[in-house]
Each structure stands twice: as structure tokens, then as C-alpha cells.
Design a protein around this ligand. Structure first.
Ligand SMILES: *[C@@H]1O[C@H](CO)[C@@H](O)[C@H](O)[C@H]1NC(C)=O
Ligand SMILES: *[C@@H]1O[C@H](CO)[C@@H](O)[C@H](O)[C@H]1NC(C)=O
Ligand SMILES: *[C@@H]1O[C@H](CO)[C@@H](O)[C@H](O)[C@H]1NC(C)=O
Ligand SMILES: *[C@@H]1O[C@H](CO)[C@@H](O)[C@H](O)[C@H]1NC(C)=O
Ligand SMILES: *[C@@H]1O[C@H](CO)[C@@H](O)[C@H](O)[C@H]1NC(C)=O
Ligand SMILES: *[C@@H]1O[C@H](CO)[C@@H](O)[C@H](O)[C@H]1NC(C)=O
Ligand SMILES: *[C@@H]1O[C@H](CO)[C@@H](O)[C@H](O)[C@H]1NC(C)=O
Length: 856
């Protein structure tokens, strides 16, 4: 039956790439400590077995945690534990010649009479000390996390048994040890010898050494869960919390037509998602020459670290186009990094290892800078991923982190604030990437964040602009002349934002806009006027100047700085900096050469240069990506609240970028469901449910975006009061016509004859679902993206599809729309993240399968 064939193909296309990931080595163990006979499954569907049969000695009891922290990503393995009251050991059969991952999972809770805050213990694996005087409770408190995972890579132990011992500390009365989960998996030989930074021509052999994973980041990309890893169940976090100063560069994503080609490198080194995203410095030479793109990691002092840098250039393809220096701890680790030269071509991944001894240092710095000496064509630098491992032959333990004063203060405030504690807690970890999954990487996230904040000047002392690294690093700006504003910035949040973006003086703003000359006004919004401006001798920016009377303005100004300074995405407008001085408030953005989406659809109802259907689809897809990122990418949901065609801007390459976060609200995190709030937004785009119930969910943005889709189709405003009553609201008018079958009559006449009917149907159906009365019936941004991509594909590659489609059209709906089994499965397999859609591989694969099933 045709229908089944389609499903099977889709299924195969989706599942096959994952099958290898999910493959579990028969030697590997995943033990849920204290789990009963049957074991259990975690939220990703992985099976955990009971630990009992490996236990060989000591006194232990099993116990269930007395409460479940709402941020626990999964009940298994965290909610059950084994508590050790005397030294106890597990014995695991291993192969003496193999390297193993050992992962330990800790959830410090109260286990019957055992309160984890009294627990101090050490853990050893054969002769290797992994932890000593360890307090999971203090560690988690310092990280503001409910639970923590530790990952070790043990070198071949030359024996067939791994003895894992838990020993309560004898320095603390009544101390006990506990553990919630143990994972032991053989792993490939990932490590070899690497150059020792600071000692030219010396290498350091890591093959036979034990490692502890300190950080693992998908640079310029997003969180990658163990199941999405390329077979080694690693977790990759977002790199933004580790960026130092305000020179954060730009993030890039491989274009659809670039295939990540591993050549001879094994794919387990790192997944495609790591290599298909990167962070680079930007495309302005002078700016790049003026700063270092820097990441700072909090580490234990006096230890050896292996830093593995992952590279893949999916943009340039020639040797010597980009050559840069790599500094580790301010020492040159590499003077002439040329990714294409190393890898051999565009889209080919590679990695480089460097070993450094961090003498007396609690930080590890990785910095990139162009290498002009090599006369490259472009002065830029890039990085796709980074891993930092602590190395030692016998002892990997370190001290417990100290919860910082700042954190303690924050927690006090959080307790006082009106929000339930866990929400505030999580909001605090904003930007530290891993929503549900706590982990080693977070250890540093907070330390660094707190550290950076303390390093920046305290609020009220921001009178010396040269003390911030400007975002674009160009120290030759007018701001560095030290025109002190003499005014307090007045908010801790702003002070925090200063770490992330550049501060401008009022004088800078006046120079940039020719004293706010009216001829430079390019837009007017609720916040005030928007001016075109020029900074740094020719860099174009858009400057939003507040209307000093507007009280709302102040709040939105601050919201926007906080939000935007933390969010970087190809489809979000980048905030460059801000100015607050003498009642003036300005926000400085990247200049968007092609203005708003709206002005290209209609202006006073007169079509300007008409966009083609393909262009419109691409703009909608871009904007949908931006919104999808807001909803899911930051790991705490951000609801835009004012999605409309004037808030979708177009850069010189017609790339759509979502702007105007002034109204944004940090949304619920999965479980809570909604945020109650005062109704705000723009008429014509407002979600009726939000209006009725004053409850905001990300589905409110989906509604507004549905109206945007209608505008793209019909080229008319969302509300046009001058029209007959039934036509005033675009959403109602489109729905009315769609149901009557007269949609074709109201679409933009310029598009007539241009849109393929399949593409139109797909698009219109998706848009209609967006404006469903009930939020629950609207698709997620992710499902919507899928459908828009599908509509574009139907427009572009009609041949295979039209042949496949005629009879099966309705089944296609089943397959591709959000509520079908297949789409649900698609989601369950976690293929739904933006990267998966963007790498194109999966989609192209799916589409080609659909396309070629015609003969069957
Ligand atoms: C390993 O750890 C021990 C104890 O902390 C330390 O003395 C030694 O220098 C470390 N070795 C390396 C290679 O870092
Ligand atoms: C690197 O240099 C910067 C400034 O020059 C300094 O603040 C930082 O502590 C140094 N980092 C290391 C690891 O030495
Ligand atoms: C970049 O880092 C290196 C090593 O710390 C330092 O020597 C150099 O001055 C830095 N460059 C800039 C522009 O900050
Ligand atoms: C154990 O850790 C605690 C908390 O970090 C610390 O106060 C104590 O001094 C440590 N004890 C030893 C023996 O290192
Ligand atoms: C601004 O900071 C720089 C470097 O930190 C310092 O040399 C200068 O004296 C400061 N200027 C003022 C006005 O505080
Ligand atoms: C700095 O500004 C001066 C004067 O405007 C200009 O001549 C010089 O080229 C600029 N230097 C850089 C690195 O931009
Ligand atoms: C996907 O997950 C949801 C809830 O997690 C579940 O109800 C549904 O049955 C799953 N779908 C498939 C196809 O496994």
C-alpha cells in the first residue's frame, strides 16, 4: 500500500542515521543505583538496570529521594540512590586493553534519614582517585543545579575487573556516600599525543592517561543530548556562557548544500551538528584585528589539561583564505591555523589537540586572532567545537567549588521574589545552555558568569568606556576618548549586560546620527524613533532612541538589552551596544539594509519591488527559525509577544531577522504551561486565547506568525479598517475564503500563476493551523518550519513530488503535519531541533525518498 510505503521510507530516512547512535555496546552498563528488578527507562528512552549484582562489599541501603526537583530531566536514574555507610565496592568486568567512559550521576536530595548535605566521600576506580572529600550538595549549590553528572575517560587498566569504591569521609562525623547512576562503556581510542603549549617541539602522550571531561561545547551551536551524539553518548553544551568580554563574534551555520564530509576521520569524534555550526570573528578586518575571540573556563589549578578544538570550514574552500592564531592561556599554541589546509577541503571536519599545564591558574583561556603575517585573504578565525579534559595518571579529584557571594545573594533575592523558586533558579542559569541536563559543563558556566560579572565594573562606575572590551573590539572608536557618562546605569541586570555588549556615550550616538538628524530616521516604534547611523569610521548601524517620556520605554529598554545581549542567532537581529546617559537611552543594532518585511509586501497598499514566492517562503522560513530559536534554542522559552511583519527585518542578503524583543517574556519551562501577564502586542496579530485568558504561551507567537504568513500570501495589512467589515481582519478573511475555496482570489495578484498549487496548499494549511482558536491545536514552531520547508520544496522540486502526490495528497498531510504519528515520532526521536532541519541532510533525504517512491 502506497501510504505505508511512504511511512516506511520516512521512517527509514529518519531512523537510520540514528540507529548507529542508539546502538549500545553489549559490554556497556547503565546502572540505576537502587532500582528494583525491572530497571527503568529515562526520558530519552534509555534502559537502566539495577546495580545490585555488581555490589561486592560494604554496607549500603537503597532509598528513594524524598522529593523530585522540577528541573530533573528524568526520574531515572536520579530519583533512586544507593547510600553507602561504609566503604563499599562494585566490581565490573572489563576488557583490559580498552579505554572506558565512566559516568557518575548524583542528585543530592534527602534519602530517608540521609540528608545529602552531610555527605562527603571519595570515589576510586582501581588505583585512580576520581573524587575526594566530594560533596555533591555543595557542588550543586555552587552551580545552582539540582543534579550533576561527572564523566571520566579511563585509560586501559590492564586487568579484567574495574573496582569502583565509594568511601565516606572520615573527617566528617556521620558522613556517608551515595550515587544515583553509573554508566560504564568501552570507547574508541580518542586520544593520542598532543603538543605541549609553551614548550616548542615537545609533545605529551595522553594515550595512557586518565581524563575527566571538564567542558564540551558545540561552539556557535546548540545543546546536543547523548542520543544525538555520534555514538558516544556525550552531551554538548552551547558555548555562549563561556565567551569572554563582549567580543563574541558571529555564529554560522552550514548552508544546506554543503555536506559535512568526514573523509577518513571517524564520525564518533564529534557529531555533524558540531561541525555544521561555528563561531567566527565577523567580516570586518579592522574590527577583527582589534580583538581576540576568547573563551574562559574555570578549572582546578596546577593540573594538566587537554584542549581539543574542532574545526570545519563550510564557507571558504581555499588554503590561506583564513589563517589565524590560537592562544591557550595567553601562549601561542598555533601560529598559523588554516582549517582548509588541515582538513583538505570545504565541509571536511578536523580537530587539534593541545596540552597545557595550568600552573597556579584557576582559568583556562582559549583565544583566536587573525594571523596577518601569513597574508591570508580574510582576517578572521573560526571554531566549531571545544572539549577540555583534565589529565592525570592517578588523581583527578579537585576541591569542591565555593558558592559565590553573588550566588548566595541572588538566591536570597530569588526566595523573596514572587516567582516560585525553581523558576528563578532556572532563569539565573539563562544562557548556560542545558535546560534539563545538568552537568559538568555547568560547573564552569556559573563560575565564569559570576566571575565575569565581578570583573566588570560595578553598577554606577561605568564612567570609563575603555574598560570594556567593545563588542567589535575596535579600540579606535570615539568612545574610548573617555567621555564619561557620569551616570549610574542603575540596574544590576544592565551591569550584567555590559559584559556582553558595548557601551556607547551619548556623544557617540550624536556623532553617529548627525545629532539625531531627522533625515536619518528610518522608523518609529512604541519605544521611539529609529535612526540610521555610522560608527567606527563607516560601520552602519540602526540606533533606536527612546522617547524619554515613556515609562514603558525604560522597562522595555532593559528587557531588550538583557534579552538580546544573551541571544545570538543568524535569524535574530544582533544588538551591538547601548547608551544610557542624561535621560537618553539608545540601543545600537546591526543595520538591516533591506528594512522590514512589511515594506516589501505592501506600503500604503502599493506593491513595491515584488518579492517572488520563493523569496517570501525563504523569508518566512528564516523568521520561523529565529522564533523557533527563541522558543527552544535558549533552553528557557522566550516568547516574543509582538510578532509582526514590521518586526521581521531583512539584511543586505535578504536574510530575515526577528527584531524587537522589548515585549519579550521569559516563558514557562515545559511544565508550567503559561505565563500570566498583561495583554500586550499589536492588534490584528493578537492570539484570541491570550486575549481571553491573559495567559501567554509560545503558541501566542505561533498565532501571530500565522497572520504574518497570511500577509506574505496576500500582501495586505493584518488589520485594514477601511475595508468592508468582513475583510477588516486578514486572519478572518483568509479563513473565510479558504473554507469557501476562494483563497486564490485574495492572494497577491503579483503571485498569480507563480505558486504551485501543492506549495500553496501546504503553506495555507500550515498557516491556517497557526491561527487555530486553541493554542493546543496550533503547531509548534518546529512543526511549522518543517511544513514551510516542505512548501518550499514543493515549489522548487515539483517533479518527484507531483508524481507522488496526486492520490496520496491526503496521506501526505498525515505524514507531515504536526499531529500525525509520524510527526510525533519525528519529534520523539529528537530530530526536531533546528540543526537537524538545517543540516538539510535529513530533509533532503526524506524528500528524495518521497520523490523516488513513485515507481513502487
Ligand atoms: C596528578 O595529580 C597529582 C596530585 O594532585 C599531582 O601531584 C600531579 O602533578 C598530577 N599530574 C599531572 C600530570 O597533572
Ligand atoms: C591572559 O591575559 C589576560 C589579560 O592580558 C589576563 O587577564 C588573564 O588572566 C590571562 N589568562 C591567563 C590564563 O593567564
Ligand atoms: C590576544 O591575546 C594574545 C595572547 O594573550 C595577546 O598577546 C594579544 O595582545 C591579544 N590581542 C588583542 C587584540 O587583545
Ligand atoms: C572538604 O570539603 C569542605 C567543603 O568544600 C571543606 O570545607 C573541607 O575543608 C574539606 N575537607 C578536607 C579534608 O579537605
Ligand atoms: C580609564 O581606564 C583606563 C584603563 O583601565 C585608565 O588608564 C584610565 O585612566 C581610565 N580613565 C578614567 C577617566 O578613569
Ligand atoms: C583610528 O582612527 C584614526 C583617525 O580617525 C584613523 O586614521 C586610523 O586609521 C584608525 N585606526 C584603526 C585601526 O581603525
Ligand atoms: C512520543 O512521545 C509521546 C510522549 O512522550 C508519546 O505519547 C507518544 O506515543 C510517542 N510517539 C511515538 C510514535 O513513539
Amino acid at each position: 500500500m502506497q501510504w505505508h510505503t511512504t511511512l516506511v521510507y520516512l521512517f527509514a530516512a529518519i531512523c537510520l542515521p540514528l540507529a548507529s547512535n542508539a546502538a549500545v555496546d553489549k559490554d556497556s552498563l547503565m546502572l540505576g543505583c537502587g532500582l528494583g528488578e525491572g530497571g527503568g527507562k529515562d526520558s530519552e528512552g534509555r534502559e537502566w538496570s539495577p546495580d545490585k549484582k555488581y555490589l561486592t562489599g560494604g554496607n549500603s541501603v537503597t532509598s528513594k529521594a524524598s522529593f523530585q526537583d522540577p528541573s530533573l530531566s528524568s526520574e531515572v536514574p536520579y530519583m533512586t540512590s544507593r547510600v553507602f555507610t561504609s566503604e563499599s565496592t562494585y566490581k565490573f568486568p572489563i576488557q583490559g586493553t580498552k579505554r572506558y567512559w565512566l559516568r557518575l550521576y548524583f542528585y543530592p536530595s534527602v534519602y530517608s534519614t540521609f540528608d545529602a548535605s552531610n555527605s562527603f566521600f571519595s570515589v576510586t576506580a582501581n588505583d585512580v582517585t576520581l573524587l575526594s572529600n566530594f560533596s555533591a550538595s555543595i557542588t550543586c549549590q555552587a552551580l545552582s543545579q539540582a543534579y550533576i553528572d561527572r564523566e571520566y575517560s579511563l585509560a586501559p587498566l590492564n586487568t579484567d575487573t574495574l573496582t569502583l569504591s565509594f568511601k565516606p569521609s572520615d573527617k566528617h562525623p556521620n558522613a556517608f556516600a551515595f550515587v544515583n547512576g553509573i554508566e560504564l562503556t568501552p570507547m574508541p581510542d580518542l586520544f593520542d599525543s598532543a603538543p605541549l603549549v609553551g614548550y616548542s617541539d615537545q609533545t605529551f602522550d595522553t594515550k595512557s592517561l586518565h581524563l575527566q571531561t571538564m567542558f564540551r561545547l558545540n561552539v556557535g551551536g546548540q545543546f546536543i543530548s547523548p542520543l544525538q551524539d555520534s555514538g558516544l553518548s556525550r552531551t554538548w553544551y552551547d558555548d555562549t556562557p563561556y565567551l569572554f568580554g563582549s567580543g563574541v563574534g558571529v555564529t554560522n551555520q552550514a548552508a544546506k548544500d554543503v555536506k559535512i564530509d568526514y573523509k577518513t576521520m571517524p564520525q564518533y569524534v564529534a557529531p555533524t551538528n558540531v561541525y555544521a555550526t561555528s563561531r567566527s570573528m565577523g567580516n570586518v578586518k579592522d574590527i577583527n584585528m582589534g580583538y581576540n575571540l576568547t573563551w574562559v573556563f574555570q578549572v582546578d589549578p596546577n593540573s594538566m589539561y587537554l584542549t581539543r578544538l574542532h574545526f570545519c570550514d563550510f564557507f571558504y574552500n581555499k588554503v590561506n583564505e583564513i589563517v589565524f592564531k590560537i592562544y591557550i592561556n595567553n601562549q601561542t599554541a598555533q601560529g598559523d591555523a588554516d582549517v582548509i589546509g588541515w582538513a583538505g577541503g570545504i565541509g571536511v571536519p578536523t580537530y587539534k589537540d593541545y596540552v597545557i599545564y595550568g600552573k597556579g591558574l584557576e582559568e583556562l583561556w582559549v583565544a583566536l586572532h587573525p594571523a596577518p603575517e601569513t597574508k591570508p585573504e580574510f582576517f578572521d578565525a573560526l571554531l566549531n567545537g571545544v572539549e577540555v579534559f583534565k589529565i592525570n595518571e592517578t588523581d583527578l579529584s579537585g576541591p569542591n567549588p565555593k558558592p559565590s557571594d553573588m550566588l548566595m545573594k541572588h538566591e536570597e533575592q530569588a526566595a523573596k521574589s514572587f516567582e516560585p523558586e525553581h523558576i528563578t533558579k532556572r532563569t539565573f542559569v539563562i544562557g548556560s545552555a542545558a535546560g534539563g541536563a545538568a552537568g559538568f559543563a555547568l560547573v564552569a558556566a556559573l563560575c565564569v558568569a559570576v566571575h565575569q560579572r565581578t570583573r566588570k565594573k560595578a553598577p554606577g562606575t561605568c564612567t570609563n568606556t575603555s574598560s570594556w572590551l567593545p563588542l567589535y573590539g575596535n579600540s579606535n572608536t570615539t568612545g574610548t576618548k573617555g567621555t564619561g557618562s557620569g551616570k549610574s546605569v542603575g540596574s544590576g541586570n544592565l551591569a550584567m549586560a555590559q559584559g556582553l555588549c558595548r557601551y556607547f556615550s551619548l556623544q557617540d550616538m550624536m556623532q553617529a546620527t548627525n545629532n539625531f538628524d531627522e533625515s536619518n530616521v528610518i522608523g518609529v516604534g512604541g519605544f521611539g524613533k529609529v535612526y540610521k547611523g555610522v560608527i567606527d569610521n563607516g560601520f552602519k548601524v540602526a540606533i533606536k532612541r527612546s522617547n524619554p517620556q515613556s515609562e514603558q520605554g525604560v522597562n522595555e529598554f532593559q528587557t531588550e538589552i538583557e534579552m538580546l545581549s544573551k541571544l545570538r542567532h543568524k535569524h535574530l537581529v544582533s544588538l551591538i551596544g547601548f547608551c544610557e546617559e542624561e535621560d537618553e537611552m539608545c540601543l545600537v543594532y546591526d543595520y538591516m539594509a533591506h528594512g522590514t518585511m512589511r515594506e516589501h509586501l505592501y506600503k500604503g497598499n502599493k506593491p513595491l519591488d515584488t518579492l517572488t514566492w520563493k523569496q517570501r517562503l525563504e523569508i518566512c522560513i528564516g523568521a520561523a527559525r529565529g522564533l523557533h530559536y527563541l522558543h527552544t534554542g535558549a533552553k528557557y522559552t522566550i516568547i516574543h509577544r509582538d510578532v509582526k511583519t514590521t518586526n521581521i527585518l531583512l539584511d543586505e542578503n535578504w536574510v530575515a531577522k526577528v527584531s524587537d524583543f522589548g515585549l519579550s517574556k521569559t516563558g514557562p519551562n515545559m511544565n508550567q504551561g503559561h505565563v500570566s501577564t498583561v495583554v500586550k502586542g499589536s492588534f490584528g496579530y493578537l492570539d484570541p486565547e491570550y486575549f481571553r485568558r491573559q495567559q501567554l504561551t509560545e503558541k501566542s507567537d505561533v498565532y501571530s506568525f500565522g497572520v504574518v504568513l497570511f500577509e506574505a500570501l496576500c500582501s495586505r495589512p493584518a488589520l485594514n479598517p477601511s475595508l468592508p467589515k468582513e475583510q477588516v481582519s486578514l486572519a478572518e478573511w483568509v479563513l473565510y475564503n479558504k473554507r469557501k475555496g476562494t483563497l486564490e482570489d485574495i492572494i497577491d495578484p503579483n503571485l498569480k500563476g507563480q505558486i504551485r498549487p501543492e506549495s500553496l496548499n501546504k503553506f495555507a494549511d500550515a498557516a491556517e493551523k497557526c491561527v487555530s482558536d486553541l493554542g493546543s491545536e496550533r503547531p509548534s514552531m518546529n512543526d511549522l518550519l518543517w511544513n514551510l520547508e516542505f512548501a518550499l520544496n514543493l515549489q522548487e522540486n515539483p517533479d518527484g513530488l507531483t508524481k507522488a502526490a496526486p492520490l496520496e495528497e491526503s496521506e501526505f498531510e498525515e505524514v507531515s503535519l504536526g499531529n500525525s504519528d509520524m510527526a510525533a515520532h519525528y519529534k520523539n526521536l529528537s530530530l526536531g531541533s533546528e540543526h537537524d532541519l538545517n543540516t538539510g541532510d535529513n530533509n533532503a533525504h526524506i524528500f528524495s525518498q518521497i520523490g523516488t517512491q513513485k515507481g513502487r
